[in-house]
Design a protein around this ligand. Structure first.
Ligand code: ADP
Ligand code: ADP
Length: 232
């Protein structure tokens, strides 16, 4: 589903250049839950943002579902990105919009009618367990509920891939567990491929099939979680 081939990322700023990703290869199969773990500054966020080209790699190829994203025009890329939903550590919800309207947002951008939007959003609310919160605003929700909105919004375009950028790092352990359960549930029900980055070993052990360990922009180990780490 995802093939990263010799990905490089060099940030050029006012100061010295930062070589954040140094020749990473990564292969994620359809339906897999793939985790990337590493310390702060290791390059996790850069790497996951290279998958949907929010960050343009300075070298290498990004293949998603057989298509090379690195040779696409901006217009083709906008289309290809619909295959990939993303969720974030701080949820990134629109505070002036209700739960329903946050989830509807990507569908509005895609030019869907009100009826089509209702048809998509209602089952998503149900899937994430927030049907009774549809008219609430983000400020009225707990952290876990906010992330459930984030997940539903990420699924609105019916993507094949879900990218999770430290999606549980702002949540307490119990809420983390419930969000990971939900992700597992979605992975099974929708046959969704999930890539997540985290600095927490427990997240990897809880839901990942495969793991890559990243250090200083290099993958130092990768394989099935059971081979790399022993479960508790
Ligand atoms: P992680 O997600 O593992 O904490 P990041 O991908 O955020 O790591 O960062 C990897 C390296 O790239 C760090 O040295 C960081 O300071 C640097 N970096 C990240 N984003 C930028 C940027 N926009 N400009 C310059 N350097 C950056
Ligand atoms: P938080 O810790 O932020 O409150 P929860 O995990 O408790 O988040 O879930 C938020 C709401 O979603 C709760 O009302 C819960 O009952 C409901 N909920 C949780 N999981 C499901 C599910 N799989 N299906 C339906 N509703 C759920």
């Amino acid at each position: 589903m995802i093939e990263l081939l010799q990905i490089e990322k060099v940030y050029q700023g006012a100061g010295a250049a930062v070589h954040a990703i140094k020749g990473i290869d990564l292969s994620v199969r359809r339906g897999e839950i793939y985790g990337v773990i590493g310390k702060s500054g290791a390059g996790k966020s850069t790497l996951i943002r290279c998958i949907n080209m929010l960050e343009r790699p300075t070298g290498g190829r990004v293949m998603v579902d057989g298509q090379d994203l690195t040779i696409m025009s901006e217009r083709q890329l906008r289309e290809a990105r619909k295959q990939m939903g993303m969720i974030f550590q701080h949820f990134n919800l629109l505070s002036s919009r209700t739960v329903y309207d946050n989830i509807a947002f990507p569908l509005e951008l895609a030019g869907k009618s009100r009826a089509e939007i209702e048809q998509e959003v209602a089952p998503l609310l149900d899937l994430v367990g927030l049907t009774d919160k549809r008219d609430q605003y983000p400020a009225q929700l707990s952290g876990g509920q906010k992330q459930r909105v984030g997940i539903a919004r990420a699924l609105a375009n019916r993507p094949k891939v879900l990218l999770c950028d430290e999606a549980t790092s702002a949540l307490d352990p119990q809420t983390t567990k419930s969000i990971l359960e939900l992700l597992k549930d979605i992975n099974r029900k929708l046959q969704l491929t999930i890539v997540l980055i985290t600095h927490e070993m427990q997240v990897i052990k809880e839901i990942c099939d495969k793991v890559a360990v990243i250090e200083n922009g290099v993958i130092i180990e990768q394989g099935p979680v059971l081979d790399i780490f022993t479960k508790p």
